[in-house]
Write a protein that binds this ligand. Sequence first.
Ligand SMILES: C[S@@+](CC[C@H](N)C(=O)[O-])C[C@H]1O[C@@H](n2cnc3c(N)ncnc32)[C@H](O)[C@@H]1O
Length: 743
Amino acid sequence: MGRGRGGKSKRKNRDEKKENVWDPSKSQKGTANGGPANSNQLNSKTYWVDIEPRNEIYENYYKTIGICKDDTEWEQFMKFMGRPLPSTFRINTTIGSLQDVVMDQLKEIAEQKVDIEIDGEPITKMVEPIPWYPNQIAWRSSIPKKALRKNPTLAKFQQFLVHHDNQGNLTRQEAVSMIPPLFLDVQSHHHIVDMCAAPGSKTTQILEDLHVKIVHTKEGGQEKEIISIPTGSIIANDVDTNRCYTLAHQCARLGSPGIVISNHEAQNFPLLFDADDKPMFVDRILADVPCSGDGTNRKNPELWKKWTYASGIGLHNLQTKIATRAAQLLKVGGRMVYSTCSMNPVENEAVVAELLNRSQGSMRLVDVSAQYPQLIRAPGMYSWPVIDKEGTFQKFEDVPENKKYKLASSLFCPTPERAQELALQHCMRVYPHFQDTGGFFIAVLEKVADFPNQIGKRCKNTTESTETTESTTTESTTESTTTESNDSETTTTSTTTTTTPPNPNRKIKARDIRNKFFEEPFVLLKDDVKKEMETVVNFYGLKNFPCDNLLSRSDKSQKLYWVTDSVLNIVKNDVVARKLKIINTGLKVFQRHTGLGHMDCPYRVSQDAVGSIEPFMTKRVLSFTHDDLVLLFKVEDPQFNQFPAELAKQLTELEPGCFVIKISGNNRETPSSGMVFSAWRGKTSINLLVPKQEIDSLKGMYGVVDEKKDTTSTTTTATTDAKVESTTTESTTETTTTTEKSE
Ligand SMILES: C[S@@+](CC[C@H](N)C(=O)[O-])C[C@H]1O[C@@H](n2cnc3c(N)ncnc32)[C@H](O)[C@@H]1O
């Protein structure tokens, strides 16, 4: 973590595009070129899509359900639902002293006066902190993105956003989406599962929290310290393989050894066992389940056209299964957050009530009303009718016999007495008009005892388990939102017993091919690689580096991944390591040189992990100034003697091979100071072992004009003996040298 990467470029991803259907370029109105007639008077419609933010069925539904207390509030609700969302983002809390730089710049921008109107309402602030988010880490701006680009006064803010987003210094995330991780109350030793994690905005937020350690001071107080190696871990899971790669990419930007990306159906997520064969129940679990998304209409206006009664009803069963599985995987005393970006009680309180019923008192809703008091929220609902195209039903008993198969009894609200017993008021509802956000639902639950038929009773020294592994009959993908039918679920998904251990020689199975799962398992280092590590430790002068926390992916051990103790514990259990479908884990820290002739050290430091490994290095770290860095950007493979004399001498004396460049200087004056880069010392020249995208992003940021001969080349050239292919592959974030193939 920290300033681990010189520059973090952001790859546009297909999934993001798919999810965010709003395409402002198609919605230009106003002047001939699409801009407003007067850049100070904006009409939000100018910047929004050409979709009327109305849907009669939706409006009737939510009026009947009674989410607003009266007509005046309803008007407010609809007014905000019909507007584009403010832009919101979080500052990355793990970038060390750079956080102060970002904050300074942001405050300077925030102080600038703006004089614009949107829909006739004056906007006086370009950007402001979100009041309920601690320590001014989250910010919002009501100015539409497109207006930022068009208006010269606002352009500086736009540049700030683009630059720091590219550098991984901030994450754009919807304000309400930041709420569930806050209530998860993560600590650095926690073992966490994010069950439906892609595209990963909440995972990255949790991952940042994992790197914060609470230190107890002598005076009895508490301080927060950013740590690069937590003991805990987060497994970020998603059923959609492609979305898992997006997730992996998002998480790689943070460079944490505590991440595991897995690809399972959340409702069948396997219980893991540690190296001693003990079940690894989790400390924290987030079930941010697939939902109708009817709280996101402001972001995805297309949803206005798509909403039907079936949108929520069709997902209730899957949501209940996922919530149940989450509760089963949780440690007694652990915390779970269930959330949706829907306002529909059948996806929210109904699921929570059903989970509490199934838990038979082992789960309870936590009253978090005193936490984050500036966050305006409504309590959970106690009663709601179930409405579908057949009619409106107050109780399951009211449904005609021949229609009962379409509606599960768990969709219906409990009796008022039972709702009170379950304390459904402790659920939280956030509506758009409360603080100009999307709509969201959050429930915080605690496990107080074992779940009925608690999973995890497993015989030691045997692979037999009472734990469910994925049943081939439940391998379906996400349930359709359009189906009206819904099986009434009476049993949990955990009661199936399997006695079939995973195949120890597991390669790729037919089922995996159907699910497009082709990843090789992560394994502990073989003895010969362990032996090689002695050379690596010596070459880089690694002091106290935890070599035992390294994994590889194949026999060739081309790349070595650094993981936290918690991840290591998972992989050490051979059976589990094969059962868990890991797409990626940890931090790629070393990459083998191949085809480079005789090299004293078989591995070079990967740019992905350079910031994390540099503090362990007592050799081969050279201090460069910002000007030296600019020279490296401008000149292809600069010769030693092109640098100042002292640095040229150090380079000459350095043994050939990989080394690390650390930029000196004061953070506030030299923006690149503290950045670290993996580099190669050739015979007479050096070059960066950094992907081209990252270099380009930095060059843009520092206004470096390219003086290199071949600007279209994707590789550095051959006066040095390592060449880095700078294009990233579609499916992974890896870069490969031209002399090596990725594993
Ligand atoms: C609401 S989105 C999650 C958003 C994510 N938590 C974030 O903050 O970026 C729901 C996710 O659930 C995934 N999903 C759908 N069905 C699933 C299942 N049965 N098991 C696991 N993930 C599922 C979808 O692929 C989607 O990525």
